[in-house]
Design a protein around this ligand. Structure first.
Ligand SMILES: *Cc1c(COP(=O)(O)O)cnc(C)c1O
Length: 392
């Protein structure tokens, strides 16, 4: 069914209905073990860590959507990412984007180092720095684009080409875009990783991770590692992710259209110093992004003057939930300096643009005009407070 568009394939794929009953929702196989008719001829399934029919449906689906051949579902995005890093061995070296997701930073820096896997953080938007960071023992180039929370763009094709020329793999964390907007395997990447907790499941009700590849060696090794480490996604959670996927295209398209409107409105407000959104023509990565993705996504960041302004704004804003995470039906506002990047030293944070005035917004499915109205009233109160403080 690969000749249909992704939007259609979300609904019409090999798991459109259950061949045994005709059920149009994939059955939840809540079973840890499977009866074997004959020990000489074991069945397809024997034990649910090694394989479960509901998980197979999700794994086939993500492999298909990313135009890959092998898919795997894990207990969280971090379980998918850390299991993928187990493809490396002692003595290997990784070149990784400096504004990588905090949990990935922690795992590489505090865990892998103890196992003799070395790394170099680089500005991945600068191909020259990527090239000069590659060592004879470099095995992997690790990309996240757009990055979090400043939405910087890495050229996936160019990095993957550099990787191939140096006999390395390219892994891409595709959480912010999902296969609905960006398919890294088509751009030369070897493995795609997801926190399905975000846009893919989309309803802030499940923690899950996914991986997909079309490289047979990586696929088979990752399957072996998934079974060895055992951080699999449970059957019920697999079903929730499958259910979320059905509306993925519709949700992300609608949220991205709202994000454009909101980014525009914020950039015209005098209290907003800067809006980070790859859809803006003035964004330094706009051209590269438009050549590798089909939309700018539903996440944007904006900078107010300082922490005082952020405090006032978040106190008065009413619609978005104020929380970590992103990619949900409800808009989520977060404060990277105190949430996702709280453990990073202030100087290091500021060097990356993560100032005390920076807020990240994941746009949900509310009417964008209501969100804009809400932001404007909160900014109005922030402005009034600032004037009062300065005696203006
Ligand atoms: C949330 C997130 C992760 C981690 O996923 P979990 O499901 O929380 O383990 C990894 N990468 C990115 C870009 C994320 O946003």
């Amino acid at each position: 069914m690969t000749d249909h568009s992704l939007q259609t394939r979300l609904l019409h794929n090999d798991h459109k209905f259950d061949p045994n009953t005709g059920a149009v929702s994939v059955p939840i196989q809540q079973s840890s073990t499977f009866h074997q008719q004959d020990f000489d001829q074991p069945g397809v399934y024997d034990y649910s860590r090694s394989g479960n029919p509901t998980r197979t449906a999700l794994e086939d689906t993500i492999a298909g959507l990313e135009n890959g051949t092998h898919g795997y579902a894990f207990a969280s995005g971090m379980a998918a990412i850390s299991t993928a890093f187990m493809l490396l061995s002692k003595g290997d070296h990784v070149v990784i984007t400096q504004d990588v997701y905090g949990g990935t930073f922690r795992m590489i820096h505090d865990v892998l180092q103890r196992f003799g896997i070395d790394h170099t953080f680089v500005d991945m938007t600068d191909l020259h720095s990527v090239a000069t960071a590659i060592q004879p023992n470099t095995k992997l180039l690790y990309i996240e684009t757009p990055s979090n929370p400043t939405l910087e763009i890495t050229d996936i094709r160019a990095v993957a080409k550099l990787a191939k020329a140096n006999n390395c793999w390219t892994f891409v964390d595709n959480t912010f875009m999902t296969p609905a907007l960006q398919r890294p395997l088509d751009l030369g990447a070897d493995l795609v990783l997801h926190s399905a907790t975000k846009f893919i499941a989309g309803h802030s009700d499940v923690v899950a991770g996914l991986a997909a590849t079309r490289n047979k060696e990586i696929g088979e090794q990752l399957g072996f590692l998934q079974n060895s480490f055992g951080s699999i996604l449970g059957a019920h959670d697999c079903w929730l992710v499958l259910r979320g996927l059905k509306t993925l295209h519709c949700r992300i398209t609608q949220s991205a259209a709202s994000a454009v409107k909101i980014a525009d409105a914020l950039s015209n407000h005098p209290l907003v110093e800067h809006v980070y959104y790859p859809g803006f023509r003035c964004h330094p990565g706009n051209s590269i992004h438009s050549h590798q993705a089909e939309g700018s996504g539903a996440v944007l960041s904006f900078r107010l003057k300082d922490e005082v302004a952020v405090r006032q704004f978040t106190k008065h804003v009413e619609l978005p939930v104020y929380a970590v995470s992103l990619g949900a039906v409800e808009s989520i506002l977060s404060y990277p300096a105190r949430m996702s990047h709280a453990s990073m030293p202030k100087a290091e944070r500021e060097k990356r643009g993560i100032t005390d005035g920076l807020l990240r917004l994941s746009v949900g499915l509310e009417n964008p005009d209501d969100l804009i109205k809400d932001f404007e009233q909160a900014l109005g109160k922030t402005e009034a407070y600032t004037l009062l403080q300065t005696g203006g």
